[in-house]
Design a protein around this ligand. Structure first.
Ligand SMILES: Nc1ncnc2c1ncn2[C@@H]1O[C@H](COP(=O)(O)OP(=O)(O)OP(=O)(O)O)[C@@H](O)[C@H]1O
Length: 308
């Protein structure tokens, strides 16, 4: 199912938590929703899952407005909220059974679905424990299991790996990737590496507005606007480096940081300066000892787009 968000705005009093955002998520796509604290991620996800209504704008699934068809469409959505309120005095199995009933599943389909979820989310050894007795990571798995139990087409996961240890994160990541092949998945996270490893596409939101939308590669390209090269010469000299700024494909040259020797050369947007630098050095008899493309990390991009 495709999710289409059009001009969505949510105001809390005078504050715009979500400010006129529009985007689409297609079937089979895993969209990572990134943003600093208070950016509007959870608010957007609560609107998509019909938990709160927007001030203006619309959300539709396969062209059907979710607020006009909320009864039918809610059963097609699985939602893991940021703060899952689980019944602590129920066992995992009883809680999942209840979740299935609340999704109006057929009675005979419930126990097979519960068993499937226990298996899929790795809950086997703990399945008869009360939820109140579970560790944080296992509670998160139960939250994921309740989001998936009715086999929804759309999965909205608000920080699904919070509280999980590195092994569990890897397991949940591969589970989401597997699920994402057939479903439409949107997940929020603060862990940039996590999003990079799990998602096909990344949307960055800041102060309620979308500031970036694309694949990790596209975001890297867009944020810097240009590639950077770490360049070293046999001759060390400011003169050699500064003369590179005369080249048409070079925009800036700075001394390298983080203990590296050499120079960081920024390329003009859309250009590749490697050949020009190489020929220029050959003409002058300068010896290049290194010329390495440097990619900006997702962290750099995130900071650049969301810092005040
Ligand atoms: N019920 C509410 N009443 C008033 N303001 C709210 C309410 N819910 C959220 N907000 C405000 O809306 C803004 C966006 O909050 P939201 O929870 O959507 O951000 P977020 O991106 O999910 O943040 P985080 O990463 O910290 O979970 C924040 O400034 C928050 O204080």
């Amino acid at each position: 199912m495709n999710i289409t968000i059009s001009n969505l705005t949510k105001e809390y009093g005078r504050q715009k938590a979500v400010d006129d955002i529009s985007f689409e998520v297609k079937t089979g796509e895993i969209l990572g929703f990134l943003g600093p604290n208070g950016a509007g991620k959870s608010t957007t996800m609560k609107i998509i899952t019909c938990f709160i209504s927007p001030t203006s704008g619309s959300v539709s699934l396969n062209g059907y407005n979710i607020f006009d068809h909320s009864r039918e469409l809610r059963s097609r959505i699985g939602y893991l909220p940021e703060h899952t309120s689980l019944y602590t005095d129920m066992s995992i199995v009883d809680y999942l059974r209840l979740s299935a009933r609340l999704q109006n599943m057929e009675e005979e389909a419930i126990m097979p679905a519960v068993r499937r979820m226990v298996d899929l989310c790795g809950l086997g050894p703990e399945r008869h424990k009360y939820i109140g007795e579970l560790s944080k990571g296992y509670r998160q798995r139960v939250g994921l299991a309740q989001a998936l139990i009715h086999d929804p087409d759309v999965l909205i996961l608000d920080e699904p790996t919070t509280g999980l240890d590195p092994n569990q994160i890897a397991e949940i990541r591969s589970l989401i990737k597997e699920i994402g092949k057939e479903k439409t998945v949107m997940l929020s996270s603060h862990i940039l590496k996590e999003v990079e490893a799990t998602c096909d596409r990344i949307l960055i939101i800041n102060r309620g507005r979308i500031v970036a939308d694309g694949s990790t590669g596209e975001l890297r390209q867009r944020a810097k606007g240009a590639k950077q090269l770490l360049v070293q010469f046999k001759e060390d000299g400011n003169e050699v480096a500064s003369s590179l700024t005369k080249l048409s494909s070079v925009s800036e040259v700075h001394p390298a940081e983080n203990g590296e020797s050499g120079w960081m050369v920024s390329t003009e947007p859309g250009m590749d300066s490697r050949e020009e630098i190489f020929r220029y050095c050959v003409q002058r008899g300068w010896i290049l000892t290194q010329m390495t493309p440097i990619e900006s990390s997702l962290e750099d991009i995130f900071r650049e787009l969301t810092e005040d």
